[in-house]
Design a protein around this ligand. Structure first.
Ligand code: ADP
Ligand code: MG
Length: 252
């Protein structure tokens, strides 16, 4: 069964079509890496899955459940805010900008949402958060505030925070693009570990070596469409479209 499934998903901004009839399935434990030129719709794709943007056509399902809408009198109507929020909590997202709470410690950044939004027990949540921070290599930084952490460390806190709510799928939108080059690898290392642990992930990135190594499947986007998709060896080794060949020539 697919964890995430998109069918004919269309998203417009005014006259501009950012996503044009996109179909995509992400299976349990699969790591899908999304590549493509700037403006091709990669961020819009993950933002639509995370319900940060309403879609204009098609449907997105999470574990077989329609996201954002419910059937009503033979049609669809938007879900009430509370039901939408409940769906969104099953999806984790990590942004290019880490967006940590500056006045909370690393540990509190991880426990805040599970305790306040999900109503989980604080002691249990803290225990789990400590384990997560260990898992991202920050066992010795739990009491630090964001300003006391490097960009790579802040992004690893953001990853721990996204994991803290046990999401069914983790979405990453260029998680290393805001980092100094020497800090990229420590974040990619965490993503590799999560992939090995079997998490279901959709990763937008320009890190082609990482994509090739970690992806079960690559999705190449161009002008709001998925132009090519397949295993990394085939897409990188023998791209069928001139567009992808040109893109790879620029990025590898
Ligand atoms: P990518 O992440 O691949 O660089 P985006 O998904 O950010 O591309 O953007 C796809 C297209 O949609 C671009 O042309 C962009 O300018 C446009 N777009 C994205 N977000 C908005 C928005 N909030 N309002 C208007 N246009 C947008
Ligand atoms: Mg983007």
């Amino acid at each position: 069964m697919n964890v995430v499934s998109l069918r004919g998903v269309t998203k417009r901004f005014g006259e501009h079509t950012a996503l044009d009839q996109v179909d995509l399935d992400v299976a349990e434990g699969e790591v899908v890496v999304v590549i493509g030129p700037s403006g091709s719709g990669k961020s819009t794709l993950v933002r639509c899955v995370h319900q940060l943007e309403p879609i204009d056509g098609g449907a997105i399902h999470l574990d077989g459940e329609l996201l954002g809408y419910e059937h009503h009198r033979g049609g669809l109507r938007p879900l009430p805010p509370r039901a939408r929020a409940a769906q969104r909590r099953r999806i984790g997202m990590v942004f290019q900008q880490f967006n940590l709470f500056p006045h909370f410690t690393a540990l509190r950044n991880v426990t805040e949402a599970p305790v306040r939004v999900h109503g989980r027990d604080r002691a249990d949540t803290e225990r789990a958060a400590r384990e997560l921070l260990e898992r991202v290599g920050l066992g010795d930084r739990m009491g630090h505030y964001p300003r006391q952490l490097s960009g790579g460390q802040q992004q690893r806190v953001a990853i721990a925070r996204a994991l803290a709510v046990d999401p069914r799928v983790l979405l990453f939108d260029e998680p290393t693009s805001a980092l100094d080059p020497e800090l990229v690898e420590e974040v990619l290392g965490v993503l590799r570990g999560l992939a090995r642990d079997g998490l279901t992930m959709v990763v937008v990135t320009h890190e082609m070596a990482f994509a090739r190594e970690v992806a079960d499947r690559i999705v190449f986007m161009e002008a709001g469409r998925i132009l090519e998709t397949g295993p990394p060896d085939r897409l990188f080794g023998s791209p069928s479209s001139a567009r992808l060949r040109a893109f790879l020539a620029r990025h590898t």
